[in-house]
Design a protein around this ligand. Structure first.
Ligand SMILES: Cc1cc2nc3c(=O)[nH]c(=O)nc-3n(C[C@H](O)[C@H](O)[C@H](O)COP(=O)(O)O)c2cc1C
Length: 171
C-alpha cells in the first residue's frame, strides 16, 4: 500500500475487540517508535506499554482507553530534550508526538485500529505507573483490533481543511 493510502485509511478507532494484539505487532509498533527522529537525536521519549488487564486498569483510572487491549503511554523527559538556543523552546512534546504518530501508522499498517489520547489526568498516570521524576506523560496511544466500521478514507474531503487553506504561503 502506498503511504498516502495508509494515511488516508487510518482513523481514530474507539471500539475494540478484546482479542490481544500479537507480541510481534506490539514489537513492530515499538520499533516504529524507536526509529523515529528526535531533535538533535536527543531521544528524550520513553514508553510504558500496557497490555495486561492490571496495567490497563491502572491507566483506565486516568483516561478513557475505549476498552483497547493495548495502550502505550508516551512520556517525555524535559531534561533530555533539545532546546532551541535562540528562544529556549523545548522539543520534547514534538519528539513524543512524532513517536506516537509513527506508532499509530505502524498500527494501521498492521491492520489495527488506534486512537491518540491526550484527555487524561497526568497526575493519575504518574501515580499509577510510579513514573520516575522528570518523566511526563504526553500522549496515550490505544490500539487493538477494531470492533467498529473504519471511517471512510474519502472523509478528509469534508473533514479537513482544503490544501489551499492549509498551505497559507507559497514562497
Ligand atoms: C494530539 C491529539 C490528541 C487527541 N486526543 C484524543 C482524546 O483524548 N480522545 C479521543 O477520543 N480522541 C483524541 N484524538 C483523536 C482526534 O479526535 C481525531 O484524530 C480527530 O477527530 C480526527 O479524526 P480521525 O483521526 O478519525 O481522522 C486526539 C488526536 C490528536 C492528534
Amino acid at each position: 500500500m502506498e503511504f498516502i493510502d495508509l494515511a488516508r485509511k487510518r482513523w481514530s478507532c474507539r471500539t475494540f475487540e478484546q482479542q490481544p494484539v500479537e507480541p510481534e505487532k506490539v514489537a513492530r509498533i515499538v520499533e516504529a517508535a524507536r526509529v523515529a527522529p528526535a531533535a538533535a537525536n536527543r531521544q528524550p521519549v520513553r514508553l510504558a506499554v500496557a497490555k495486561t488487564p492490571e496495567g490497563l486498569a491502572k491507566l483506565a483510572k486516568a483516561a478513557d482507553l475505549h476498552g483497547a487491549p493495548l495502550a502505550v503511554v508516551v512520556c517525555a523527559d524535559a531534561q533530555r530534550a533539545w532546546r532551541r538556543p535562540c528562544d529556549g523552546m523545548r522539543t520534547d512534546i514534538v519528539d513524543a508526538t512524532i513517536l506516537a504518530d509513527h506508532m499509530m501508522l505502524e498500527a494501521a499498517d498492521g491492520g489495527l485500529g488506534s486512537c491518540l489520547i491526550c484527555w487524561f489526568d497526568p497526575s493519575i498516570v504518574r501515580r499509577e505507573l510510579a513514573l520516575p521524576e522528570g518523566l511526563e506523560p504526553v500522549i496515550i496511544l490505544v490500539a487493538g483490533y477494531a470492533a467498529e466500521r473504519p471511517a471512510s478514507p474519502e472523509r478528509h474531503n469534508r473533514a479537513r481543511i482544503p490544501a489551499d487553506e492549509l498551505v497559507f504561503a507559497s514562497l
